[in-house]
Design a protein around this ligand. Structure first.
Ligand code: KG4
Ligand code: ZN
Length: 332
């Protein structure tokens, strides 16, 4: 079965063709970083306008790169939430039009579910597994018991982990999105140079909080003054990152051991972080747990994971009709 995947939930326009739920024939992502960079964050109206320009060339490019035409496609999968409503509507409307015109069935895909299943693009990971989903908009912990069977364990009280990276990068003038520049800068810094506080959460063992660390970095930079902190910015980046990584690793390891689940899967843009991947593996190995990390291009937003998730549902006979609407606040 050939499935075309389309993703336009935030600021990346992406399309992919997947064969038999396994083989990626094409996978294209058009990033809008240049458009939003000057604003230090995604500007929703600009994102929608950029999607409307890119979406057809990207879908066309994905079909061409796969060496197929629309006639060969058996099903189409498109993200219908959560995300920015104006962005979601671009991909969803296009796919509905394609399905209406050609009679090819389509399914709406939950973007969060796609991140949780993205690992299957590369690895045969048995269910159940503990999945940490850390992106620009979400920080969530799930027990993934099968396709469509997700037990919510906990999430962030305030900011998402990626949001903290992006805000701190903005304070330090490192550009947008901020995850990768901080990750790179931190490689030459001392993670113990500044002791930023880790959030202490009593309510649930699986809760996260990142607004405190963001404020701590802001106060630190202000107290130091730009001339001084610029001289040891790699140490600041490494110390900030170490605190974020600790706050992500601890609840995840706890979730795996408390639920006697031996596999941990990372997902979402922040899962591309080199220190998070290394520390999660180190801590997990000490507990006898396995960690699976998607390649960075499958951590950040992509349409291969949308096609994979759509493939599962199409195989199970699901078909969406033309009344399906975009849902900005869709949950799992
Ligand atoms: O999953 P994603 O592409 O989009 C959302 O669904 O949000 O995640 C984007 C987020 C951004 O906040 C970005 O700064 C962060 O992932 N990110 C990283 C890294 N690469 C991307 N954060 C830390 N380290 C990285 N290497
Ligand atoms: Zn995402």
């Amino acid at each position: 079965m050939l499935v075309l995947g389309v993703e336009s939930s935030c600021d990346d326009t992406a399309a992919a063709v997947l064969k038999d739920g396994r083989t990626i024939l094409s996978n294209i992502v058009s990033s809008q970083d240049q458009v939003h960079g000057p604003y230090g964050g995604v500007v929703p109206e600009l994102a929608s306008r950029q999607h409307i320009q890119s979406v057809l060339p990207i879908v066309d490019g994905a079909l061409k790169n796969a060496g197929v035409t629309l006639k060969d496609i058996d099903g189409i999968a498109v993200t219908y939430g959560p995300g920015l409503v104006g962005s979601l509507l671009v991909g969803l409307s296009l796919v509905k039009g394609m399905s209406f015109r050609t009679g090819i069935p389509y399914v709406g895909v939950n973007h969060l579910e796609a991140h949780l299943l993205a690992i299957h693009l590369e690895y045969d990971v048995a269910f159940p597994y503990i999945a940490l989903l850390a992106s620009g908009g979400h920080t969530l912990l799930y027990s993934v018991r099968g396709v469509g069977d997700y037990l919510f364990l906990g999430g962030t009280r305030d900011d998402a982990a990626g949001e903290a990276y992006d805000k701190v990068a903005k304070m330090m003038g490192l550009g947008y999105p901020g995850g990768r520049p901080i990750d790179n800068l931190a490689k030459s810094g001392n993670p113990k140079a500044v002791r930023f506080p880790r959030a202490k959460l009593k309510k649930s063992a699986y809760e996260f909080s990142f607004s405190g660390i963001k404020t701590s970095v802001w106060h630190y930079l202000k107290a130091e003054g730009e001339e001084r902190w610029k001289n040891h910015q790699a140490d600041i980046a490494a110390s900030f990152q170490e605190a974020v990584v600790d706050m992500l690793v601890n609840p995840t390891i706890k979730a795996a051991t408390a639920n006697a689940i031996g596999r941990i899967v990372l997902s979402g843009g922040v899962a591309a972080n080199s220190r998070l991947r290394a520390k999660m593996k180190e801590r997990a190995e000490a507990e006898g747990l396995q960690v699976f990390c998607p390649a960075p291009k499958f951590c950040t937003d992509n349409a291969a994971m949308i096609a994979l998730t759509g493939n599962h549902w199409l195989e199970r006979g699901r078909r969406d009709d033309f009344r399906l609407n975009a849902d900005a606040d869709l949950t799992l």
